[in-house]
Write a protein that binds this ligand. Structure first.
Ligand code: F6P
Length: 325
């Protein structure tokens, strides 16, 4: 395989705080190793539409603390077609790119895995999503910041909930995963946490309400957006009908969870992962994600990161249960 001389980097899918720190780490590690660096704007769309910018050390100054992504991001349908990927490959060849680093979640890595089966330009992935739902890494970039954002918001809601003796249903992100809900629920002392991975949470919520023991205190129910009942509004409406005695309000935190300056933890993770991704390309690796397992860098094939489901930590569930009793 030809030695890597010019790499490209892109961000794809939902943005996450810390993506900029990862772009910075990739760029500076590559330049340190005498590689040229190209930034591709708007994810895979930019590969197809030639949205390229050269990246130098100065271009990634003053971004480690910024949320969002300086390269912008997109979810690209054309890259899902063989024709789209062929154009993307031709464009990479044309400018002499011989290694690509993609920062994103499972959709991003699915595209990268297929691209690496079809073409000879190696791709390495960096996990960047607030959802933390990728197998093979304990943490994804953005998760820690999103948790802190949620906890800060829930603390504020708790103040007004207590003042009125109210119950709040607070919906957090996680279309298919309850990782944000579970950890933020524990950190904010939620009375109940409803996540898609667990079936009997609604029964537990009913027990809590039946007992009436919470009627005078504030009650916070954290609901993952992908829960089986269809989100906080549907769940709260059911509860309202059945227990008219509770004074209930609903808050959907929405996209504010994706913004903001990344936490120190996310900045350090992004720096380690960006560095490791370039090292992986220099080591002639391809089609894998760099992750962090037990505080060590781990290389995980895209195939596994996408297909295998990260399981919910049973111990955390138990703790959430005990501490809300
Ligand atoms: O980035 C992941 C995620 O935040 C999910 O938790 C959420 O369901 C989804 O993105 C929302 O995506 P969009 O910004 O496209 O509405």
């Amino acid at each position: 395989m030809a030695r890597i001389s010019k790499i490209a980097v892109l961000t794809s899918g939902g943005d996450a705080p810390g993506m900029n720190a990862a772009i910075r780490a990739v760029t500076r590690t590559a330049l340190y190793n005498k590689l040229e660096v190209i930034g591709i704007k708007e994810g895979y769309r930019g590969m197809i539409e030639k949205l390229f910018i050269p990246l130098w050390s100065i271009d990634v100054s003053d971004i480690i603390q910024r949320g969002g992504t300086i390269l912008k991001t997109a979810r690209c349908m054309e890259f899902k077609t063989p024709e789209g990927r062929q154009i993307a490959y031709n464009n990479m060849k044309e400018i002499g790119v011989n290694g690509i680093i993609v920062i994103g979640g499972d959709g991003t890595f699915t595209g990268a895995r297929i691209f690496n089966e079809e073409f000879d330009i190696p791709m390495i992935g960096i996990p960047g999503t607030i959802d933390n739902d990728l197998y093979g890494t304990d943490y994804t970039i953005g998760y820690d910041t999103a948790l802190n954002t949620v906890v800060e918001a829930v603390d504020k809601i708790r103040d007004t909930a207590s003042a009125h003796n109210r119950m709040f249903f607070i919906e957090v992100m996680g279309a298919e995963a309850g990782f944000i809900a579970l950890r933020s629920g524990i950190a904010a002392g939620a009375e109940a946490i409803i996540i898609p991975e667990i079936n009997n949470e609604i029964d537990k919520l009913n027990q809590l309400l039946e007992s009436g023991r919470r009627q005078r205190a504030s009650n916070i129910v954290i609901v993952a957006e992908g829960d089986k009942e269809g989100g906080a509004y549907k769940l709260a409406n059911k509860v309202k009908e059945r227990y008219p005695g509770y004074d209930i309000r609903i808050t959907v935190l929405g996209h504010l969870q994706r913004g903001g300056s990344p936490s120190a933890f996310d900045r350090v993770s992004a720096s380690r992962l960006g560095y490791a991704a370039v090292e992986a390309l220099l080591d002639d690796q391809k089609s894998l994600m760099v992750g962090i397992q037990n505080n060590e860098i781990a290389l995980v094939p895209f195939r596994k990161a996408i297909k295998l489901h990260k399981s919910v930590n049973q111990n955390l569930l138990e703790i959430a249960d005990v501490l809300s009793s």
